[in-house]
Design a protein around this ligand. Structure first.
Ligand code: NIG
Ligand code: FE
Length: 411
């Protein structure tokens, strides 16, 4: 039996439980000082304080009095893409907006061209490099979306890359089908035709190969209407795909209100979410997956995450890593912004990037907290306490990353 004992933990900070935490409970985390954690066969067997239970056959890791938390969960990424879009920076500086770039056939659509041209192997290597970087920054589970293929074979290509990464990379990777990321140029004048293709060919093919667990839609002005989003997500549900929605990122066109109606597990972005959307999500228990680094990069306002927590919506935070609206995979920066821009407390922020993020991808029973019975995914931080991680900016503070009881990164 493989055993790992981590001892001399100065502060063990973790949310508890197997479901999303909301309202005041989002900020009520467990703090243990002078703690130890025993991981057996990849799973957490025991957690305690004081002198660890004697365990002769375990590999012993001294945490050096530092902070330990659960491995971070990045519940929203567009991990698989060809090329980059640094050429858009100049346009942005001249005041051309994100949706204007898209309307001119750039933006997502230019990444579609680059992704269609890339081989499965090229996409794999590029995404694996990003996963290595994420792991080194303390992220142990990632959600990854398709959505830069926008036609059957290229969407399947992206999802097969996600599947091979899930099988071969130490990171846990959850797959989301997002064929409804944009209307491809070929269907510019036939939106209904593209929605038929999504519902009649792409979703059934994705389900047949069991390539995704979730179905996501970009519900946005000029992309998919709330009505179209409903059609696509309902169709996904008939094929066993759990709904997610990119809602209220730029214009509030009814995306967050739709979450309750279709039973979405999460709504993403929510930058311009209205009180009616907050009420709908609180009532349905939808996880609000807020992406502050995207607001930072777009230069937009920030999601009303504070109001959401106060209203009883479980709030998660993620990177949104993609080549257009957030070319950063730094979840530690997202934690900084959670405090500085959302005005969440460090405790609420930790829950947002661990347990609530796990809930947004239906994995809160297995990951997202340091408790007996959960997977042995942990981070030892180059930090004495949680406040320090939320306060320091721009450095990578993850010093040792443990995945399923194995040390995968030491710096
Ligand atoms: O979440 N909003 C839609 N999708 C991504 C951006 C994708 C891109 O620009 O390539 C997002 O922001
Ligand atoms: Fe996104």
């Amino acid at each position: 039996m493989e055993k790992l004992l981590i001892h001399n933990i100065g502060m063990l900070a973790t949310p508890t439980g197997s479901t999303a935490r909301r309202g005041a409970r989002q900020g009520e985390i467990q703090i243990l000082r002078g703690a130890w954690v025993l991981v057996e066969n990849g799973m957490i067997a025991n957690v305690g304080t004081g002198k660890p239970v004697p365990c002769d056959d375990a590999t012993v890791l001294d945490a050096g009095g530092k902070l330990v938390t659960p491995g971070l969960v990045d519940a929203h990424t567009h991990l698989i893409f060809g090329g980059w879009r640094q050429n858009e920076l100049g346009l942005k500086l001249h005041g051309v907006t994100y949706l204007e770039i898209l309307a001119r056939g750039g933006g997502i659509l230019s990444t579609v061209t680059a992704t269609r041209q890339a081989t499965e192997e090229q996409l794999y290597d590029k995404a694996a490099a990003a996963l290595n970087e994420m792991l080194a920054m303390g992220v142990t589970t990632v959600e990854a979306k398709s959505g830069y293929g926008l036609e059957l074979e290229n969407e399947l290509k992206q999802l097969r890359v996600i599947r091979s990464l899930a099988e071969n990379h130490p990171m846990d990777v959850a797959a989301t089908f997002m064929g409804a990321h944009a209307v491809p140029v070929e269907y510019k004048d036939d939106r209904e035709g593209y929605i038929r293709l999504l519902c009649e060919e792409m979703i059934p093919a994705v389900a047949k190969e069991k390539l995704a667990r979730f179905c996501d839609v970009f519900c946005e002005k000029g992309v998919f209407t709330a009505e179209e989003s409903r059609t696509i997500l309902e169709c996904g549900k008939r094929y066993g795909l759990i709904p997610k929605i990119h809602a209220d990122e730029i214009e509030p066109i009814g995306g967050s209100e739709l979450t309750a109606e279709v039973g979405a597990i999460s709504a993403e972005h929510l930058i311009v979410c209205q009180p009616s959307g907050i009420t709908a999500m609180a009532k349905a228990g939808t996880v609000a997956c807020c992406l502050p680094a995207t607001s930072f990069y777009l230069g937009s306002t920030y999601a009303p995450a504070r109001d959401m927590v106060n209203a009883g919506v479980p709030v998660a935070m993620a990177s949104d890593f993609n080549p257009g609206s957030c070319p950063s995979l730094n979840l530690q920066f997202v934690m900084n912004l959670g405090c500085l821009r959302y005005k969440l407390t460090p405790e609420e922020v930790l829950t947002a990037v661990t347990l609530n993020a796990a809930a947004a991808i239906h994995m809160a029973g297995r990951i997202g907290s340091v408790e007996a019975g959960k997977q042995g995914d942990l981070v030892i931080w180059d930090a004495p306490d949680l406040d320090y991680v939320c306060y320091r900016m721009g450095s990578n503070l993850a010093s040792t990353v443990i995945k399923k009881g194995e040390v995968v990164v030491t710096r």
